[in-house]
Design a protein around this ligand. Structure first.
Ligand code: AN7
Length: 341
């Protein structure tokens, strides 16, 4: 039975007694991927969450709290995954969902998802950061609309559960943790999660995409480009928290190029792990950290934040999407050509 995160971790979440809005989130697989020298590499498959991304950890808490507080609707700005997650949990809770996206910048499957769950999708001519500014203004003015971006402290509190699960699965804190960083909420939540449990804190490595790497450059960016649309963010709302997390854990921020992201994407997929490009950025970063000997000895966990089916366009940059047409009586010949090229 899947009891959901609020019931599983209520002692750590600090929520009032409320009825949980849950879709069976969390408890995601952490698989042993490889051992590289003195490093045991673990991948935490957050794409196995109900809406296909890690956002569900925070959303179950934020939406439960919003309904408990008498909210009628939720609103968020999003590069796609927050939108899908907010839409799903609002649907489950019986609340309306409004998701605001940067026009033309969100992977199609994420918009279809949000729409299918019944959300109203509103697009602005601008980037994610401008969308976030707009929804913050609306939520400040209208108390019946709950803002469910990660600036909502309940979102971050829920996302701490990723750290709890790693501690419960490994039995101790890993030496390091590698994760993709966009709006910088998740890395901050992991830091606070490890700190709250008081069983050790891994070195936190935040990976950004070159072209959308304000934390690596240590300055806000107005123009952002990267193949990883989920983390195309120039002014991370939780930048201050993320910087503190990296500094206090003796970690670092790193940037990876689009070609490194695509290469990592393919390598993971060929190993049976299909993630979205933003998640592949974490793996690309992990490989660079390893090659530069920046990883401490011991367990390394990479957080693979979203499912590959979220973005079916990008893999077409390296995977052939056209089937090979064969006549049925020549099937074995085609197989032979692959087996013995
Ligand atoms: C797959 O959905 O910002 O650093 O609006 O979808 O906590 O923002 C998504 C971010 C990493 C970055 N991986 O996490 C949104 C949104 C995936 C993501 C991130 C996102 P944060």
């Amino acid at each position: 039975m899947h009891i959901g995160l609020i019931n599983r971790y209520h002692q750590w979440l600090g929520l009032p007694e409320l009825e949980a809005v849950s879709l069976g989130e969390g408890n995601t697989p952490m698989i042993h991927w490889a051992t590289w020298d003195s490093h045991r590499i673990w991948l935490k498959l957050e794409g196995c969450n109900p809406t296909g991304s890690f956002k569900d950890r925070g959303m179950t808490v934020a939406v439960s709290q919003a309904r408990f507080a008498g909210g009628k609707a939720v609103i968020c700005a999003s590069t796609g995954n927050t939108a899908a997650s907010a839409a799903a949990y609002a649907g489950r809770a019986g609340l309306k969902a409004f998701v605001v996206i940067p026009n033309g910048q969100v992977a199609l499957a994420k918009m279809i998802q949000a729409s299918a769950y019944g959300a109203t999708i509103l697009a602005i001519e601008g980037n994610f950061d401008q969308a976030l500014q707009a929804v913050r203004a609306v939520a400040e003015q209208e108390s019946w609309i709950a803002l469910v971006n990660s600036v909502n402290p309940w979102r971050l509190r829920g996302q701490e559960t990723g750290a709890y699960e790693i501690l419960d699965d490994l039995g101790h804190a890993p030496a390091s943790l590698v994760l993709p960083v966009g709006n910088a909420g998740n890395i901050s939540a992991y830091f606070h999660g490890f700190r709250r449990r008081n069983e050790g804190i891994p070195q936190l490595f935040g990976i950004q995409a070159q072209g959308a790497d304000p934390l690596v450059q240590d300055r806000d960016l107005d123009k952002v480009t990267t193949v990883a649309s989920a983390i195309r963010i120039g002014r991370p709302a939780s930048a201050h928290l993320a910087k503190e997390a990296v500094k206090e854990s003796h970690g670092q921020f790193h940037a990876v190029s689009d070609s490194q992201i695509l290469q990592a994407h393919e390598e993971l997929a060929h190993g049976g792990v299909f993630v979205e490009p933003a998640s592949a950025a974490a793996y690309a970063g992990l490989k660079i950290l390893y090659r530069r000997r920046l990883l401490p000895t011991g367990d390394v966990v990479a957080i693979l934040t979203g499912n590959g089916l979220k973005d079916s366009q990008t893999p077409a940059m390296w995977a052939s999407v056209e089937p090979q047409i064969v006549e049925s009586q020549h099937l074995l010949e085609s197989i032979g050509q692959v087996m013995n090229p």
